[in-house]
Design a protein around this ligand. Structure first.
Ligand code: PMT
Length: 221
């Protein structure tokens, strides 16, 4: 929108996907390109916001006018998000965060030994950043927005996730081999804690971003 309806607001957006290292050359990761999060940052700048973009392993040009903070792991993203959220009006978690990380990090490259089966990789749970941000609002009236990537029972799973995470809005996108991740377009349903359900047709990720900001702007104190 041309309207400066986010002027004077500080918004924090996370983008991309975390990488959880196994050894110096290997990691557990996901298919997020960062396009949706970068589109949220660019459209928020256009609507007048001060934008902090927490960027996890994204290879896109930085959106003009946004402060970019680069992170890689879920633990680094958590630290950066809690710090940036202190004076934020809105926090949007569009990043795909690994739910688990390898329990141990091997300081040297893990070697294959002839005739020996590989040991299973033990995982430990990562903190849920969105749930933490929602539970401990860093500022009165702060809005917390999550994204959810679902492959089936999109609405039922989305509604349950909104309640579980405790956020104000949850943008549920259906993902799959040919949807969501990496593409330039996305479709979603924006669920709110106040019970509304807004369907956004498949289109450019910038259009979805603007539709999310419309929902946010309508709820800002
Ligand atoms: O980057 P693109 O290629 O453009 O793709 C965009 C996208 C599909 C990655 C994006 O639109 C999206 O859906 N992002 C959220 C993906 C995700 O991790 O969904 P989830 O259902 O696993 O997590 C739900 C929410 O909790 C998310 O807001 C996530 O940031 C947050 N979360 C999850 C786990 C965790 N440990 N901490 C979190 O904060």
């Amino acid at each position: 929108g041309l309207e400066q309806d986010l002027a004077g607001r500080h918004v924090v957006v996370s983008a991309g996907g975390t990488r959880e290292p196994l050894d110096p050359v290997r990691f557990l990761g996901n298919r997020s390109s960062g396009k949706q999060g970068y589109a949220l940052a660019a459209t928020a700048v256009a609507r007048g916001a001060r934008v902090t973009l927490l960027s996890a392993n994204v290879e896109l040009p930085a959106p003009a006018g946004a402060d970019v903070v680069r992170v890689s792991t879920a633990l680094q993203l958590r630290e950066a998000a809690l710090k940036a959220a202190v004076d934020a009006d809105v926090v949007v978690m569009a990043a795909a965060v690994a739910d688990f990380r390898p329990a141990e990090y091997a300081g040297g490259k893990i070697k294959k030994v002839d005739g020996v089966d590989p040991a299973p990789v033990a995982l430990v749970r990562n903190p849920d950043i969105l749930a933490e941000l929602s539970a401990q609002r860093q500022r009165g009236g702060q809005l917390v927005v999550g994204f959810a990537a679902e492959t089936d029972d999109v609405l039922a799973n989305g509604r349950a996730k909104l309640t579980r995470k405790g956020c104000d809005l949850l943008v549920v996108n259906e993902v799959g081999e040919s949807r969501g991740f990496g593409l330039d377009t996305n479709a979603a349903v924006v669920l709110s804690a106040d019970g509304t359900e807004v369907h956004i047709a498949d289109g450019p990720k910038e259009d979805l971003a603007d539709a999310v900001w419309d929902q946010v702007a309508a709820r800002l104190p």
